[in-house]
Design a protein. Structure first.
Length: 315
């Protein structure tokens, strides 16, 4: 593990110290890794979990994995979908301030979140962000959207970017730099994502996106390498120093995040934004470090909202 990589998440978790644990509804933690993720975060002082699911199954999993769950309440529910609905209900009733995915499918959890009658929707489009610790990059790198919005149109991209800016500010980046990615750095009608990038930058100029510095279209090399940007003659406060990478669609974002994970040995902390509360998404393939970082990100987002410093949860 390189020093830069260690610093990226350690600095994030350091910001959580002194913040009281956040009550978190954990939906259907009925698999060892999912249950361990919640317990690890609780033991690290990040969250106070409410375990939502069939109590007998949760206790069986805990016993098999040698996990101590006696300090944590269990809300009885029968199956993944009812567990998701119950976890969302705990948030709506203010018994929990964060939602966490257990071993159910993401679609089941988000289905409960986006329900028009009983969900957690706001006026903002829901989107996903990875907060990545990349050994070859000097600071945490946010990649969005790699998991929810398949082919977002312009207005959806506006919300995706605003969600990511609010997230970066929660993590301590006062004015995050946003690189809107495409295959090239010039605007051309032959590549629609370049036109979207140009429009999004103008939306920021007009105050429709706030709190960050936007530039795009930028190719990946120009977004993260000052040398590459200089070689191509790109003069930009974002090029070579991006805090946020905005993918043109889910396929590109997902490939980019997994490429960094499996080829560059990066860690990825996942979170869903744009709902009433932050939603922690972890994977069975995540390291302990990444699972703790996902919880730490949610703690900082929840803290920023309590302090009134974010507008993300507007309704």
């Amino acid at each position: 593990m390189t020093a830069g990589r260690r610093d990226a998440y350690e600095a994030l978790l350091e910001r959580c110290r002194g913040i009281p644990p956040v009550t978190t509804a954990v939906a259907y933690p009925c698999e060892a890794t999912a249950l361990a993720g919640a317990i690890e975060a609780a033991e690290a002082g990040l969250i106070e979990p409410i375990l939502v699911g069939p109590a007998a199954k949760i206790r069986e999993v805990a016993a098999q994995a040698a996990l101590k769950i006696d300090p944590y309440p269990i809300e009885e529910s029968l199956d993944p979908k009812s567990s998701a609905a119950r976890a969302v209900e705990l948030v709506r009733s203010a018994r929990a301030q964060v939602l966490m995915k257990g071993s159910l499918h993401t679609d089941d959890l988000l289905g409960a979140v986006v329900s028009s009658a009983t969900g957690l929707r706001t006026g903002r489009r829901i989107s996903h962000a990875f907060v990545m610790s990349v050994p070859t990059y000097p600071k945490p790198l946010i990649i969005t959207d790699a998991a929810i919005n398949i082919a977002p149109e312009l207005d959806a991209k506006r919300d995706i970017i605003q969600n990511a800016i609010d997230l970066a500010r929660s993590l301590g980046r006062e004015t995050p730099k946003v690189a809107i990615l495409s295959a090239v750095e010039t605007v051309t009608s032959k590549i629609p994502s370049t036109i979207d990038a140009a429009a999004l930058c103008k939306m920021a100029d007009r105050g429709q996106i706030t709190g960050g510095i936007l530039d795009g279209p930028l190719a990946m090399d120009n977004a993260i390498s000052a040398e590459a940007a200089k070689t191509k003659g790109i003069v930009s406060p974002v090029a070579g120093d991006a805090d946020i990478l905005v993918a043109p669609d889910l396929e590109a974002g997902n490939i980019l995040a997994k490429q960094l994970t499996f080829l560059a040995n990066a860690d990825a902390a996942g979170i869903v934004l744009g709902a009433r509360v932050p939603i922690i998404l972890t994977s069975r393939a995540d390291s302990v470090r990444a699972r703790l970082a996902s919880c730490g990100v949610a703690v900082l987002v929840a803290q920023a909202r309590r302090q009134g410093g974010q507008l993300e949860a507007r309704s």
